[in-house]
Design a protein around this ligand. Structure first.
Ligand SMILES: Nc1ncnc2c1ncn2[C@@H]1O[C@H](COP(=O)(O)OP(=O)(O)OP(=O)(O)O)[C@@H](O)[C@H]1O
Length: 263
């Protein structure tokens, strides 16, 4: 079977991608296009290959077969992509602003330009007033926001996020989910977001990609791609929200446990 050609306007395309380690194939036959400013969530059971796929899409891992194409940086002094991890990975000896400036090194900007460029994303994540603080004086949620600001500072075409909220407590996580939904409107980056939390995926994404293995002897692939056709505002309260969550849970193989238990 031949894979379809990449969509003309995609910022990121994968075609017939096979990924694995030392003879072990983890994922096979992955086709995916990501449009400019699109938010694509990737879900699937633990160990199915979500992080591996993200690394390959970013070009950090070479596919055993197939191709990944990522558009070049969009404007001068920007990068094609940047990544946010589960832990913010801040340098404790650099102040918040200096941490955000880090990604801008090597882009041909003067120190003053780097300094100025770092402030816009800090404002976007609500941390401009804390720009001169040390990372250790921030909460976990604030540190993760700095990580997001650092990734946005380079004006990436694609922002990769690998379970960015999974180390946070439930309340902080909810707040950051809301902020990310808002931030989407104000950033030009497409986002590819790995999560094991299906509700989080439905809450934030335009499309949710489900990775699953057909059986225990076969590598995982894309089982389904679900378009979330709900307005972003108050998504959780909308009628279709739970339908999407349940469909995705069925595809991943999670037991559906949301029915009311009869009393
Ligand atoms: N560097 C590596 N060397 C060998 N095997 C690896 C390596 N990285 C990942 N794997 C294997 O590839 C498979 C997919 O791992 P991956 O981390 O991508 O899964 P995941 O879906 O992101 O899991 P989780 O939700 O638990 O983070 C796993 O079986 C894992 O053991």
């Amino acid at each position: 079977m031949t894979s379809p050609s990449p969509a003309a306007d995609a910022v990121l395309s994968a075609r017939g991608v096979r990924l694995g380690f030392a003879g072990d194939v983890v994922l096979d036959g992955v086709d995916l296009d990501v449009a400019p400013r699109e938010f694509v969530a990737v879900v699937g059971a633990s160990g199915v290959g979500k992080s591996t796929l993200l690394r390959a899409l970013a070009g950090l891992l070479t596919p055993q077969h197939g191709e990944v194409h990522l558009s070049a940086a969009g404007e001068p002094a920007s990068r094609a992509w940047s990544m946010v991890f589960q832990a913010p990975r801040l340098f404790p000896w650099r102040r918040v602003r200096a941490n955000v400036e880090l990604g801008l090194e090597g882009l041909g900007l003067s120190r003053a330009e780097r300094r100025a460029r770092a402030m816009a994303p800090l404002e976007l994540v609500g941390l401009a007033p804390l720009a001169e603080r040390w990372p250790r004086t921030l909460s976990g949620g604030q540190q993760q926001r700095v990580g997001i600001a650092r990734a946005l500072a380079v004006k990436p075409r694609v922002l990769f996020m690998d379970e960015p909220f999974s180390a946070l407590d439930a309340l902080t996580r909810q707040r950051l989910q809301g902020e990310l939904a808002e931030l989407r409107r104000r950033s030009d980056a497409a986002i590819v977001f790995v999560t094991h939390d299906i509700e989080e995926a439905v809450l934030l994404a335009d499309r949710v990609v489900v990775l699953a293995r057909p059986d225990e002897h076969t590598p995982a692939g894309v089982r389904d791609i679900v378009t979330i056709d709900l307005p972003l505002d108050q998504r959780r309260a909308q009628a279709g929200f739970r339908d999407h969550v349940q469909r995705l849970e069925r595809h991943i193989g999670v037991a559906v446990t949301h029915e009311e238990t009869p009393s």
